[in-house]
Design a protein around this ligand. Structure first.
Ligand code: MF3
Ligand code: CO
Ligand code: CO
Length: 274
């Protein structure tokens, strides 16, 4: 399979799917409090998707090659969990940081986005890691335009993460997305400028850097899904689904509650979140 160039009609469906994914993230914000279990957060997201939005939670029973079916409707990755955290009965505690990753299917098209949430008041290092990771995602997104290269995205992310003393997880990457959850291309969060695939209008992919406070190494838990840092250092992740437009890019996973781009990213009035 090669990279799918989306038609205008498909792009419109991807805008809808992207907005719906972002709206789940908006909806769940007030539920993220000390004492709440990640299973309860999953349950509320599942209810909102299926009963309010009439969307399908893409993670539920998702089973890529080599994986058992994912048992829940969202991923909840707390503190040193890098990604693919399986919601469960453990309660969130004040000071935790948690990534909530939502992928909806609407009219056959996928929208995929994740944000970091603070449980109470997190420590200064956790806040800094979440902020830097958010800036990493946006610095990657800002390189996206026709004629740019996938390596430009990775290079922008890696340079900023490592320049701030953090590390980039290598084993997981962004991905093309559309009718399928994970399509070509793979969008690495590290790399060299002007290397890799050249971007063309109509491509849609995610940018979803996982950044660790300590070493980049990871380990997968016995549940077959949960990925943690080997050194148990904190990890953060943010994710948007992005379209390559004729002249630059458009972030598709945008809703009323989407956080604005960080101050360090140039303001061109292009992205819906502005
Ligand atoms: N949403 C994740 C991503 O950004 C994938 C999760 S796969 C699952 O690609 F099965 F764990 F949901
Ligand atoms: Co995701
Ligand atoms: Co993704």
């Amino acid at each position: 399979m090669s990279i799918v160039i989306k038609t205008p009609a498909e792009i419109e469906k991807m805008r809808v799917a992207g907005r719906l994914a972002a709206e789940v993230l908006d909806h769940i914000g007030p539920f993220v409090r000390p004492g709440v279990t990640t299973a309860a957060i999953d349950h509320e997201c599942h209810r909102y998707m299926t009963e309010v939005q009439h969307t399908i939670p893409a993670p539920l029973n998702y089973a890529p090659p080599g994986y058992r079916p994912f048992p829940k409707s969202i991923c909840t990755s707390v503190n040193h969990v890098v990604c693919h955290g399986v919601p469960g009965e453990k309660k969130l505690r004040a000071g935790d940081v948690v990534n909530i990753d939502v992928t909806v299917i609407a009219e056959g098209y996928h929208g995929d986005s994740s944000r970091m949430y603070y449980v109470g008041e997190p420590p200064i290092l956790a806040r800094r890691l979440c902020d830097i990771t958010y800036e990493c995602m946006w610095l990657g997104i800002e390189t996206v335009r026709p004629g740019a290269y996938l390596g430009d995205i990775g290079h922008a992310i890696q340079t900023y993460a490592e320049g701030n003393g953090f590390s980039v997880v290598r084993e997981f990457c962004g991905h093309g997305i559309g009718k399928r959850f994970h399509e070509e291309p793979q969008v690495l969060h590290y790399g060299r400028p002007r290397t890799g695939t050249r971007l063309e209008a109509g491509m849609i992919f995610t940018v979803e850097p996982m950044i660790n406070a300590g070493r980049p190494d990871i380990r997968q838990l016995a549940d077959g899904w949960t990925v943690v840092t080997k050194d148990h250092s904190l990890s953060a992740q943010w994710e948007h689904t992005v379209l390559v437009t004729d002249s630059d890019h458009e972030v598709l996973t945008v809703s009323a509650g989407t956080p604005p781009p960080p101050g360090l990213v140039g303001r061109g009035g292009r992205d819906g979140a502005r």
